[in-house]
Design a protein around this ligand. Structure first.
Ligand SMILES: *Cc1c(COP(=O)(O)O)cnc(C)c1O
Length: 451
C-alpha cells in the first residue's frame, strides 16, 4: 500500500465528510492534500492542482501567503485563544475597527462568531430580538428567497430554501415567508426585475407588520447555482424593505471580500443593510471566523440597565479568537498593500474570455459570472433547457474530467462552480478556462456511456 492508499483507508474508516454520500466515497477518487503554494494545492503524491474553488470559496490571496503566515505566527507567540466574555483582545478590537472602516457607512458594530451559518443565525436572532426591544413584538417572521442558502444550522436552514438539503429537516424549522428567485434563465421571456419586485411589494403591503427582516444573498445566490440577480434588484429590495420598515439582512458570506469585484457586493447597488453577515473570505481562507455587522439603530436597542435583560444572550466559545482575527486583519491589509481589487482585473478578464468559449458549447445552457464568482449550467438540451437527471452526476463528471487537466472544481448539481482565488494569474485563468472547456466537451460528447 502506498502512503496515500493507507491514509485514504484510514479516512474511509473514520472521517465522515460533509455533503458527501459516504457509500462509494473512495470510488470518487478523493485526493489527500498535504501542502499548498499560491493558488495550487499539492497532494500526498506530490501532484499539483489549481484550486479553482478557493478551497470552498474562502481563499483570497492564495495559500501560504507570507504576510498571513507571519501574522498568525506572531499572534501564536502572544496568545492563541482567550475569551470575549468579560474581556477584550487586541486583534479582535483592531479587526472590528478595520471591518467598520471597509463596510458600507452605517454599519458600526461587529459581533464575532466562527462560520457563515452562525453569522446568519446571529443576524436572525438580533433582528428578532430587536423588534421586541422596540415594542413591536408582532414583527417576528422572516422573509427569504426561494432557493436561498444561508448555512446548515437549524435557524439558517429555516431561512434557506434549498429543497434537496432542507426538506428532510422541515419539521425542525420555523416558518418563513418566501419570494421568488429572480432567475432570468428559467423565467423564459418574462420581466424578471419588475415581476419579482412586484411580488415582494405585494407581500410587504400585506404582511410587513408581522415581518422582522428580509434576508438575501446580494447580487448572486451562490449555492443555488450562482444565480445572478438582474441589475437594480437588490436596490429595489432594499428600498421596499426601508419603506415597509422591515430589517434588511445581507448574507455576504460568499460574496464578501472582493469576490464580486468590489469589497462587498452591496456596494454595487449602493445598499447599506441593517445587518451584514460575513465569513468565508474574512480570514483569507486561513481560520474559521465570521462576523455579523449591525447598525447603530439595531445595536442601541439592546442597551439598557442590567436588570432589564435586553442583553443579546448569544455567543460561541471561540468568539473573537485572536489567531483568526490576526489572520483576518492581515488579509484585509493585503487588499490595500496589493491593491487586490485592481490587480485582479486582468485575471478576471482572462477568466471571462475562457468562460465565453465555454458558453458556446452545445451542452452549456448559461454561464453566469460576477467578478471572480461564476457558475456554468450544463443542460441536456440547449433549446428546451431540459436538465440532466440528478443521478447522472454530470457536474461531478465534468469536475473529474477537469482534474485530468490539473484543475480542481466542484459542482452544485448540474452547475459547475468556478471560484478561483483573487490572486489568480492570467496564465492560471487561461488554464482554468481551457480545462473546463475540454472537460465539458469530453463528458457531454458521450453522456450515455459514462453513466
Ligand atoms: C457558505 C455559505 C454560508 C454558510 O457558511 P458556513 O461557514 O459553511 O457555515 C452561508 N451563506 C452563504 C451565502 C454561503 O455561501
Amino acid at each position: 500500500m502506498t502512503r496515500t492508499q493507507s491514509l485514504l483507508a484510514l479516512d474511509a474508516a473514520h472521517v465522515w465528510h460533509p455533503f458527501t454520500q459516504m457509500q462509494g466515497w473512495l470510488s470518487d477518487s478523493p485526493l489527500v492534500i498535504e501542502r499548498a503554494e499560491g493558488n495550487w494545492l499539492i497532494d500526498t503524491d506530490g501532484q499539483r492542482w489549481l484550486d479553482g474553488i478557493s478551497s470552498l470559496w474562502v481563499t483570497v490571496h492564495g495559500h501560504r501567503v507570507r504576510e498571513l503566515d507571519d501574522a498568525v505566527r506572531a499572534q501564536l507567540d502572544r496568545v492563541a485563544h482567550c475569551t470575549l466574555l468579560g474581556q477584550a483582545n487586541v486583534p479582535s478590537i483592531e479587526l472590528a475597527a478595520k471591518l467598520v472602516s471597509l463596510a458600507p457607512k452605517g454599519l458600526s458594530r461587529v459581533f464575532y462568531s466562527d462560520s457563515g451559518s452562525t453569522a446568519v443565525e446571529i443576524a436572525v436572532k438580533q433582528a428578532y430580538q430587536y423588534w421586541q426591544l422596540v415594542g413591536r413584538p408582532q414583527k417576528r417572521r422572516f422573509l427569504a428567497l426561494d432557493e436561498a442558502y444561508h448555512g446548515d444550522t437549524v435557524g439558517s436552514v429555516s431561512v434557506g430554501g434549498m429543497a434537496l438539503f432542507h426538506e428532510r429537516f422541515k419539521d425542525l424549522l420555523f416558518p418563513v415567508e418566501r419570494i421568488p428567485t429572480p432567475h432570468a434563465y428559467r423565467w423564459k421571456g418574462r420581466d424578471v426585475l419588475s415581476e419579482s419586485l412586484a411580488a415582494l411589494e405585494h407581500l410587504l403591503a400585506e404582511k410587513a407588520d408581522t415581518l422582522a427582516g428580509l434576508i438575501i444573498e446580494p447580487l448572486v445566490q451562490g449555492a443555488a447555482g450562482m444565480l445572478v440577480q438582474p441589475k437594480g434588484y437588490l436596490k429595489g429590495v432594499a428600498e421596499l424593505c426601508r419603506a415597509h420598515d422591515v430589517l434588511l439582512i445581507c448574507d455576504e458570506v460568499a460574496t464578501g471580500f472582493g469576490r464580486t469585484g468590489t469589497m462587498f457586493a452591496v456596494e454595487q447597488e449602493g445598499v447599506t443593510p441593517d445587518l451584514l453577515c460575513l465569513a468565508k473570505g474574512l480570514s483569507g481562507g486561513y481560520l474559521p471566523l465570521a462576523a455579523t455587522l449591525a447598525t447603530e439603530r439595531v445595536y442601541s436597542a439592546f442597551l439598557g440597565r442590567f436588570d432589564e435583560a435586553k442583553t443579546f444572550f448569544h455567543g460561541h466559545t471561540y468568539t473573537g479568537n485572536p489567531l483568526a482575527c490576526a489572520a483576518a486583519l492581515a488579509n484585509l491589509e493585503l487588499f490595500e498593500k496589493r491593491n487586490t481589487l485592481e490587480a485582479m482585473r486582468p485575471a478576471m478578464d482572462a477568466l471571462a474570455r475562457g468562460l465565453a468559449r465555454v458558453a458556446s458549447l452545445p451542452h452549456v445552457g448559461e454561464v453566469r459570472r460576477v467578478g471572480m464568482m461564476a457558475g456554468v449550467e450544463l443542460v441536456k438540451d440547449r433549446a428546451t433547457k431540459a436538465e440532466y437527471d440528478f443521478g447522472e452526476r454530470l457536474g461531478f463528471k465534468v469536475c473529474l474530467a477537469a482534474r485530468k487537466r490539473q484543475v480542481l472544481l466542484r459542482p452544485l448539481g448540474n452547475v459547475v462552480v468556478v471560484m478561483p482565488p483573487l490572486s489568480l494569474t492570467v496564465a492560471e485563468a487561461e488554464l482554468l478556462g481551457r480545462a473546463l472547456c475540454e472537460a465539458i466537451e469530453e463528458v457531454t460528447a458521450r453522456p450515455r456511456e459514462s453513466r
